[in-house]
Unconditional design. Structure first.
Length: 436
């Protein structure tokens, strides 16, 4: 783990050196306690939102991941300085001298950089945001962000790889999203905080990370109603009404699911401390159907896996449905389950690139369009594989626990972007895993 106060620049220098791999050997039953850190998909958005308000903001339960350091570098270029005084804590100081430009060399590193759009536009009245790839923004997945902000009075243009937006002052609007996009909900919500009048967002995303951001903003002085529902109502306030705050980041439900999946394929008994069962209800129900013995407690989730899992059919849907980020873990669990299962992707068709890596390990998986058909085998077989993204990389680690022999995973910088000491946490509960 990186020491407190470390920066992305130094860490990325290490990433550019010859890269480590993760080596996993088929493990017996896991046993013990795993503590789930704060959510990557929340903390990065909380960090971006400090653009709205001057002063010192304090975030705790912050995961020690590369993306936090990268977002810190991006915010420093904008005018918000980050320090890490101790593990699990960051302090963000908004100097008040905010520059509404997000340069390409920083934006290209992290998808969550789009979350500076709403705060910069509403605070500064303008923003210049690099768009990696240079294609016309109309075909990109930020069209819902742009349409909503245009309804609030923003004007956009795209040239030379940059998205530029202007608005003397945003105004309230009634916005209905065609799809409950998490990113669009976040940008529209943060923009509405300082807009004139009332903004309503219908069919908005309801993920726990959205509620976490809402609670952060309310503590800051924003006026938001409907938290946790499909309709948010935001009454704009003056910037002088906002104040810097301290906030504890909500737990990472994807990391929690990773440890449940690890227990499923390796067997054993774990206490996943910090996991919020109420934020994972649908997933826990389906895991129960697969044969996991799950108990939600005040401290987290207790899981027992005594027998080989049973295959089920499952489909991804917006929250409170099964998140697409769970899918690589689910397919890995089904790869060693008893029977045949079908996984249907309703959010991002064709997002099955990691299946080829599972097939290298002996998984019997066939994909067609939105669907993957998985015929479970008793054990996988260790082989070299590659992590293509954060969640797929974690799935390769889980798969290694279910494989005979050695599984060596390359591309693990992806895992480091979203997982806080995945290797160490699994070692502590008996997994045969190491970085080399």
């Amino acid at each position: 783990m990186r020491p407190p106060g470390s920066t992305a620049g130094a860490y990325w220098g290490a990433v550019n050196a010859p890269e480590e791999t993760i080596v996993v050997r088929g493990s017996g039953p896991l046993s013990g306690t795993v503590v789930v850190p704060g959510a990557k998909n929340s903390v990065l958005k909380l960090m971006a939102t400090t653009i709205l308000c001057d002063g010192h903001h304090e975030l705790t339960n912050v995961p020690d991941i590369v993306d936090v350091a990268i977002m810190g570098d991006l915010l420093a270029a904008i005018g918000v300085e980050m320090t890490r005084p101790e593990p699990g804590k960051v302090v963000l100081f908004n100097t008040g001298d905010v520059v509404p430009v997000a340069p390409y060399e920083l934006v290209e590193r992290i998808r969550a950089s789009i979350n500076v759009l709403g705060p910069l536009l509403t605070r500064c009245g303008e923003v210049k945001l690099s768009m990696p790839g240079g294609d016309d923004f109309g075909a990109r997945p930020i069209d819902l962000h742009i349409a909503g902000l245009e309804a609030m009075g923003a004007e956009f243009k795209f040239s030379h790889g940059y998205l530029e937006a202007r608005a003397d002052r945003l105004h309230g609007a009634d916005i209905t999203l065609d799809f409950p996009s998490v990113g669009a909900t976040e940008n529209l919500m943060t923009a509405a905080v300082l807009a004139d009048g009332v903004t309503t967002i219908d069919n908005c995303a309801r993920e726990p990370e959205i509620s976490d951001l809402c609670e952060f903003l309310v503590s800051m002085g924003a006026k938001i109603e409907g938290i946790g529902t499909a309709t948010l109502r935001i009454e704009g306030v003056d910037q002088a009404d906002l104040r810097p705050v301290a906030h504890r980041t909500c737990p990472d439900r994807i990391q929690a699911a990773t440890y449940l999946a690890a227990c499923s394929v390796a067997g054993g008994e774990l206490d996943v401390v910090g996991a919020r069962g109420d934020q994972m209800s649908m997933l826990l129900e389906r895991f129960g159907e697969m044969g996991l013995d799950l108990t939600v407690t005040d401290a987290g989730i207790h899981v027992i896996a005594e027998e080989r899992a049973r295959s089920i059919d499952i489909a991804t849907l917006p929250y409170p449905g099964i998140a697409t980020d769970y899918k690589p873990l689910i397919i890995t669990m089904l790869a060693v389950a008893d029977g045949v299962g079908i996984v249907t992707e309703n959010l991002y068709p064709g997002r099955f690139r990691y299946v080829e890596e599972l097939q290298r390990l002996g998984a019997d998986v066939r994909t067609s369009g939105h669907h993957a058909v998985i015929r479970g085998v008793p054990r996988l077989s260790g082989a070299p594989v590659k992590a293509h993204d954060i969640r797929a990389g974690a799935a390769m680690v889980v798969a290694g626990l279910a494989a005979e022999g050695e599984t060596r995973i390359s591309g693990i910088h992806h895992i480091d972007r979203g997982y806080d000491d995945l290797v160490g946490r699994l070692q502590a509960v008996g997994a045969l895993i190491e970085r080399s």
